[in-house]
Structure formats: structure tokens, C-alpha cells
Ligand binder design. Structure first.
Ligand SMILES: *[C@@H]1O[C@H](CO)[C@@H](O)[C@H](O)[C@H]1NC(C)=O
Ligand SMILES: *[C@@H]1O[C@H](CO)[C@@H](O)[C@H](O)[C@H]1NC(C)=O
Ligand SMILES: *[C@@H]1O[C@H](CO)[C@@H](O)[C@H](O)[C@H]1NC(C)=O
Ligand SMILES: *[C@@H]1O[C@H](CO)[C@@H](O)[C@H](O)[C@H]1NC(C)=O
Ligand SMILES: *[C@@H]1O[C@H](CO)[C@@H](O)[C@H](O)[C@H]1NC(C)=O
Length: 392
């Protein structure tokens, strides 16, 4: 590709810095596991997780038997408290303690539970959980402390399309109001104080479906000469939609005054089929595109290159989901109330796609000139983000 095709030469240098001097560790890539009666028993699944070398598992509906099964394989666990329990956790700390006594304490320390999400996508839940979410999070956190389980962090999960105002340009993204003032700002304060992460379901598929001008290759990590978008405010170039969405979250956190909180992508993926209302098939939801997305995601996250605004990238990312258990109603924050198929493994334990989890972290030598210019640019971006904070 010729340099003249770049409209913003600085961004090229900025990228060369990231590719030549970054020594960050690669993102931990896991899967979401939803056990159902039609799937193999959790003990078998735990064995498969180890064979596939999957280092982290997110359990949206953690049943104690599943936590037990997963305590015998070497994966870290991210548990989720169902939305229905949030109000009782908020008003009654014993309810939070009881939940810990059934889901966590019996399996500690063998089960490597890293974090607990109190609720998931609660703003779009029909019941109004806005007043109970933060008290519930605080009660669970205090209960963990009382039990001496301070290493387990507590947070909640948002959905990108229900939380952010825009994805482009990323630098102008903010959290939606009144959600930001009521929940997100105080939550970010809590996350900073407790060394916890911001959890978000992030589907480039959704943003692609809502914006017809986005080229499909840009959403699928296909590096092509004209597959890029420049954020003219920060002067950085985006080569895939995933990074753009992550940086929209980074920018929105900066506007809310907390720019350094680690980000965990609790769900991402691409459906292998989808049919909308009236049974129209969605041609872009195909096994070929799903495999391209997942391969591109794994390659990108294993490279350790991070995003333009966050060189360490996201801390963890969980593919939605482990099993293809047939069609399911469009839920998990995906647009269009359609029937979709997800999953990377069939119920008979054969892989649906040729993907592999065991990627090494990309680490390359540094270039002195790139480093100096890069540092100047990084400082520039930081100053820019300070401005954002100041004028918010
Ligand atoms: C597949 O799993 C999802 C998520 O747990 C669930 O909503 C759906 O009903 C399941 N489908 C079948 C056919 O079991
Ligand atoms: C268990 O996982 C940790 C972190 O992913 C890794 O460092 C360690 O080598 C693994 N142990 C075994 C026995 O696989
Ligand atoms: C609080 O939760 C515990 C455990 O679920 C329950 O036994 C108790 O009745 C609850 N108290 C109130 C006031 O709801
Ligand atoms: C914060 O969490 C990270 C990763 O979970 C850990 O390495 C670090 O030691 C923690 N810092 C504090 C101050 O607890
Ligand atoms: C496993 O299931 C898939 C989907 O139903 C099927 O295509 C494949 O042939 C099966 N593999 C084996 C070894 O049974």
C-alpha cells in the first residue's frame, strides 16, 4: 500500500509505534457457556474446554454444578448474577451472602473465579433496576470482603448499542443520558476504587447492520487498502470496527472522568444464521462470515497491538458462545428480533469453525524514531482527552 493513500500521515507513524514498541500481553480470550439440557453434561464440557485450551469462561446463568465442573479445569470464571436477583441483593445483604454461599464459597479456591457481574444489560431490562443496581453491587462487594474473597472483583455488564451515543468518530462517543449520571458515573468511581473492570457486550455485527455504509470487510477484520476510517479529531486511523467500538468506550469513559479502567468484552461474535421478521434471511449472517470474524478477532487480540487509544487493548474478551445449540431468539443485545444461530462447537463436541485459541502474544522490537514521535502523539491524545474531561 502506498503511503500517499493515507490522508493523515501522523496516524501512520502512530500505528508504526504501536506495532514496533508495544510489549503488552495479549488479551485473554474466552467463551460464554450456557448449559442446557440438550447439551453434554458440564463435566464433559469442562474436559473439552481444557482440550481446546480455552483460558476463560463466562457463565451467564451460573448453576453451582457448572461452577463445580469448571473448578476441575484450568480456566478462570466470570459469573453473572441474574437480573431478577438484583433488587433483593440491593435491599438485603443476606441475599447476596446466600448467593455467595451457594455459588462461590464451596468451590473456593479451586474454582478460579475472577469476577462477578451483578446483572447483565440491566438498562434494557423491563423492570427498572436503575435504583437497585449500585446498592446491589456494593452489597456483593462487601459480602466478598467479609468472606475474605477480595480478589474477586464486582461489576455489571452493559450492551454497547444500549449504552453509547455513537461509534463514529470514536472520540465523540459518550454514554447515553440519563444512564450516565444515574448509573455509569458512580459505577466507574466504584470500579476505580475497587480495581475492577468495565464490562460490555460489543457486537460489530449490530453496528454494521444499523449502518449500511460500513463495508463488510471492515466489520470482519479484513485488511484491505481502503478499509479504514480516520477519526479527524484524534488523528488516528481505524482498520476495523471492533477497535473503533472499543475506543468509543475509552473516549466515553474519559468524558465521564475515568479513562484508565480496564475493559472486558463480555460478549462478541457473529451469527452463522439469522432470519428477521417475515423470515427474510440475513445474507451477512453466514458460517463463512462468522468464521472470518472469529479468526480475525483471535488474530487481532492475540497480536497484543491493542487499539489506537488503548495500547494494552481490552483485558479479556468472551466469544458468544461455546455451543451451537440450534436457533435461539435474538437476545444478547443483537438488533432485530430475529432467530439466530451462534456457537463455535456443535453439541457432539466437534468444532464448527477452524479456529484455535492458543495464540502467542505479538512482541516486536522497537524503532527509536518511531518511539519518540509516538510518545509525542500519545501525549497529544492524552491532552486531548483531558480537554474532553474539562469541558464535560
Ligand atoms: C440455546 O441456548 C440459549 C442460551 O442459553 C437458549 O436461550 C436457547 O433456548 C437454547 N436453545 C435450545 C434449542 O436449547
Ligand atoms: C493454568 O492456567 C494458567 C493461566 O492461564 C497457566 O499459567 C498455567 O500454566 C495453567 N496450568 C496448567 C496445568 O495448565
Ligand atoms: C434476606 O435474604 C435472606 C436470604 O435469602 C432471607 O432468608 C430473608 O428472609 C431476607 N430478608 C428480608 C427482610 O427480605
Ligand atoms: C488490580 O488488578 C490487577 C489485575 O486483576 C492486579 O494485577 C493488580 O495487582 C491489582 N491492583 C491492586 C492495587 O489491587
Ligand atoms: C456433529 O454435528 C454436526 C452438526 O449437527 C454435524 O455436521 C457433524 O457431522 C457431526 N460430527 C460427528 C463426528 O458426528
Amino acid at each position: 500500500m502506498s503511503v500517499s493513500s493515507f490522508s493523515f500521515p501522523f496516524s501512520l507513524l502512530f500505528f508504526s509505534l504501536l506495532t514496533t514498541t508495544t510489549t503488552t500481553v495479549a488479551t485473554t480470550i474466552g467463551v460464554t457457556y450456557n448449559p442446557t439440557d440438550t447439551l453434554p453434561p458440564p463435566e464433559h464440557v469442562a474436559g473439552a474446554l481444557q482440550t481446546l485450551k480455552i483460558p476463560a469462561v463466562r457463565l451467564p446463568q451460573p448453576d453451582p454444578s457448572v461452577v463445580r465442573a469448571c473448578s476441575y479445569c484450568n480456566t478462570s470464571l466470570l459469573l453473572t448474577v441474574p437480573n431478577s436477583l438484583v433488587p433483593s441483593f440491593a435491599t438485603n445483604r443476606s441475599a447476596a451472602e446466600l448467593w455467595l454461599y451457594t455459588h462461590v464459597v464451596p468451590f473456593h479456591p479451586r474454582a478460579r473465579i475472577s469476577a462477578i457481574s451483578v446483572g447483565s444489560d440491566t438498562p434494557s431490562d423491563a423492570s427498572d433496576l436503575s435504583s437497585s443496581l449500585l446498592p446491589a453491587i456494593r452489597n456483593l462487594h462487601s459480602s466478598l470482603s467479609d468472606l475474605g474473597l477480595r480478589h474477586i472483583s464486582v461489576s455489571t455488564t452493559f450492551s454497547f448499542i444500549n449504552t453509547l451515543t455513537t461509534s463514529f468518530p470514536p472520540s465523540s462517543a459518550e454514554f447515553q443520558q440519563p444512564l450516565n449520571d444515574i448509573i455509569i458515573k458512580p459505577l466507574l468511581q466504584f470500579l476505580e476504587e475497587t480495581n475492577s473492570s468495565f464490562l460490555i457486550n460489543l457486537y460489530p455485527y449490530n453496528v454494521y447492520k444499523l449502518n449500511s455504509e460500513i463495508p463488510i470487510g471492515y466489520a470482519l477484520f479484513q485488511e484491505q487498502p481502503f478499509n479504514f476510517r480516520d477519526d479527524h479529531v484524534t488523528g488516528v486511523r481505524y482498520r476495523n470496527l471492533f477497535d473503533m467500538m472499543v475506543d468509543a468506550v475509552v473516549a466515553a469513559m474519559a468524558v465521564s472522568g475515568h479513562e484508565n479502567i480496564p475493559i472486558i468484552v463480555t460478549e462478541t461474535g457473529w451469527p452463522s444464521s439469522a432470519s428477521g421478521a417475515g423470515n427474510t434471511n440475513d445474507g451477512e449472517a453466514s458460517p463463512v462470515f462468522a468464521e472470518m470474524y472469529l479468526k480475525g478477532l483471535l488474530l487481532h487480540l492475540n497480536s497484543g497491538l491493542g487499539t489506537p487509544l488503548r495500547k494494552e487493548g481490552v483485558a479479556e474478551a468472551y466469544i458468544y458462545q461455546l455451543f451451537d445449540n440450534g436457533t435461539e431468539q435474538g437476545s444478547n443485545g443483537v438488533v432485530g428480533g430475529s432467530e439466530q444461530r451462534w456457537g463455535i462447537v456443535y453439541p457432539n463436541m466437534t468444532m464448527k469453525y477452524r479456529i484455535t485459541f492458543s495464540g502467542g502474544s505479538g512482541r516486536v522490537g522497537g524503532a527509536p524514531v518511531g518511539m519518540v514521535i509516538g510518545v509525542v502523539l500519545v501525549v497529544g491524545v492524552l491532552l486531548f482527552r483531558k480537554d474532553l474531561v474539562a469541558c464535560s
